[in-house]
Design a protein around this ligand. Structure first.
Ligand SMILES: [Zn+2]
Length: 281
């Protein structure tokens, strides 16, 4: 450990975009982890703003960074995700999966070029998951000395979700997501416009029922087929107290993971490659 490692540093902000480059140059040795928050701009029923996933991702990233300060920096949130399945509702914006994949790869590669070797991606939008997985697969190949981990928010607290949820069918703008939104930013929520959407099996049409009938079998639907209001679950059952439990527990668990992540030794930069000789015909 050098003399510099023993010193403390109190950065003005953990948000990379709020700092100057000399501040980042000073902070970098003390901040081994960069978090990349991903969101969406998509319909969230009658009672939640379109930026709900973006804000939830940003708030969780900020709270984790505050908890672990100064060891974590946060990049600007990517405010548009893969939301093709919500496009029937006015105002939803979407990127194609290949575009979002490329954005993630290039953003993480930028961090790597500035010396970050530990990156955590938090997506507030489950529709980004498949794209994140492919981007992570590419980055693990392209940057073999990078430790790269990712998660959503709700899946990290799946046990609490099962405890607090009342609707059998839920997931989008439901009581769980609406509760998180109430805690993350009250401006996201119009409480008197929250609705019960498709919340039971009987609320779904034939294809919707089939899509939810067999665990492990994927039969994706667009949201206009699943729910007239764009809501799966019951936003009227949400509460800020439930939201606090969900968000604070997610922050605690992600922070706990990152504590151990920070302690990991760096990965080898030069993987052993075996050249397979070409067979002679
Ligand atoms: Zn959402």
């Amino acid at each position: 450990m050098t003399g510099k490692d023993k010193m403390t540093i109190a950065p003005r902000s953990h948000r990379l975009a709020d700092l100057t480059w000399p501040e980042i140059d000073d902070l970098r040795p003390y901040a081994p982890v960069a978090i990349v928050p991903l969101g969406a701009t998509e319909q969230h029923g009658h009672g939640l703003a379109q930026r709900t996933d973006t804000t939830r991702a940003e708030v969780v990233a900020d709270l984790v960074a505050q908890r672990l300060s100064p060891k974590v920096v946060v990049t600007p949130v990517i405010p548009v995700g893969v939301s093709e399945h919500h496009m029937a509702f006015p105002g939803t914006l979407t990127l194609s999966p290949i575009t979002l994949q490329q954005v993630i790869v290039e953003l993480v590669t930028s961090l790597h070029r500035h010396g970050w070797r530990k990156v955590y991606v938090i997506t507030g939008h489950g529709g980004n998951n498949a794209t994140v997985e492919i981007a992570v697969t590419r980055l693990r190949t392209d940057l073999p000395d990078l430790h790269l981990a990712w998660s959503g928010i709700t899946p990290v607290v799946a046990d609490l979700t099962a405890e607090f949820a009342e609707s059998r069918i839920r997931g989008h703008s439901c009581e769980i997501e609406t509760s998180q939104a109430m805690f993350a930013d009250p401006d996201l929520v119009l409480p008197d416009r929250l609705t019960r959407g498709s919340a039971t099996f009987d609320d779904l049409d034939q294809a919707g029922k089939l899509s939810r009938s067999r665990p492990g079998i994927h039969f994706p639907q667009t949201y206009d087929n699943l729910s007239k209001t764009g809501t799966l679950g019951d936003g009227t059952k949400a509460s800020v107290a439930i939201g606090a439990r969900l968000v604070e527990t997610a922050v605690e668990r992600i922070s706990g993971f990152l504590q151990e992540f920070i302690d990991l030794p760096e990965r080898q930069s030069a993987p052993v490659r075996t050249t397979v000789p070409q067979e002679t015909p």
